[in-house]
Design a protein around this ligand. Structure first.
Ligand code: ZN
Length: 288
């Protein structure tokens, strides 16, 4: 037997090494437990609830013995990958095997910690991204796919380019809300002003003027006039990571294929108040 289960001094049962382990060595594996989603939580016992293992995608597993007896430490000597535990550092026989519950921490809940390690500050926040940089790096290969993805996003130097478009014949509060929200999504915002060829309303303003108005708002990092023939040509030029659409906008048909192929993220921005250019202008006309 690689391990033994026995009472600890202050944390109920614990898992202890029954031999010396080298760094990276397999320690033990365990059987699959009950798989649940968040909506099943209310059906679980208290014991099951505190012995859940995050599997990602809103799936959780009630941990089976001996995994359920592995205690948390802020300075752990083991880590889990799938249903297996591995030594993070050499472990001597009789030492307790501990793991850092924050390695898969997504709940951001806080609990008291009595792991007694030197670096423990008495509590734990179950949040991978609240861990010190070095721990994040160490746990990264073992953690959830969703956390790995977010980590890559945070650490990639690549700036997220957001594109949005519109006619902008007048600018109302709804537009400002839309542009500000679009800007929040990424690092740079590029606004495409519809080409005059696609702006045929009776109240249409010339494209150069509409461009100037948006530039003067100083929300966008760049304002461009859309291609006369097709919107996709402009999208291809900008190469955005994200395209934002207003509540009443549709992705132009000629873009659908390109967007899919290049995995451009489409984000819809909700409506702000009751602002719509055509409505505002109609009201004005009636008043006059
Ligand atoms: Zn601790």
């Amino acid at each position: 037997m690689n391990i033994i289960i026995k009472e600890t001094k202050n944390k109920d049962k614990g898992v202890f090494a029954n031999k010396n382990f080298k760094k990276g060595e397999f320690i033990f594996g365990y059987d699959k437990g009950k798989i649940v989603t968040r909506k099943d939580f209310k059906k679980l016992t208290e014991w099951e609830l505190v012995h859940l293992d995050e599997l990602g995608d809103n799936k959780f597993e009630v941990m089976m013995p001996p995994a359920c007896y592995v205690n948390h430490s802020c300075e752990p000597n083991a880590i889990q990958k799938g249903r297996k535990y591995f030594a993070l550092k050499p472990i001597r026989k009789k030492n307790e095997i501990t793991t850092d519950y924050r390695a898969k921490g997504i709940f951001k809940n806080k609990w008291r910690c009595n792991c007694a390690s030197k670096i423990c500050n008495g509590y734990v926040i179950s949040d991978f991204f609240a861990l010190p940089e070095l721990s994040q790096k160490l746990y990264l290969p073992y953690t959830l796919k969703s956390i790995q993805k977010e980590y890559r996003k945070i650490h990639s130097k690549k700036k997220v380019k957001v594109l949005c478009g519109g006619k902008f014949n007048i600018v109302h509060k709804g537009h400002i809300y839309f542009l500000e929200k679009a800007k929040e999504i990424g690092d740079t915002l590029i606004v495409i002003i519809a080409n005059d060829a696609h702006n045929k309303r009776e109240y249409a303003q010339p494209q150069t003027r509409r461009k100037k108005i948006i530039e003067n708002l100083e929300i966008a990092d760049k304002v461009l006039i859309g291609n006369e023939k097709s919107f996709v040509k402009t999208v291809m030029k900008v190469k955005p990571d994200v395209i934002t659409l207003g509540y009443d906008q549709k992705l132009p048909k000629d873009c659908i294929e390109y967007v899919k192929k290049n995995k451009i993220v489409i984000k819809r921005i909700g409506k702000f108040g009751n602002y719509k250019t055509s409505k505002i202008l109609r009201k004005k006309t009636f008043k006059n």
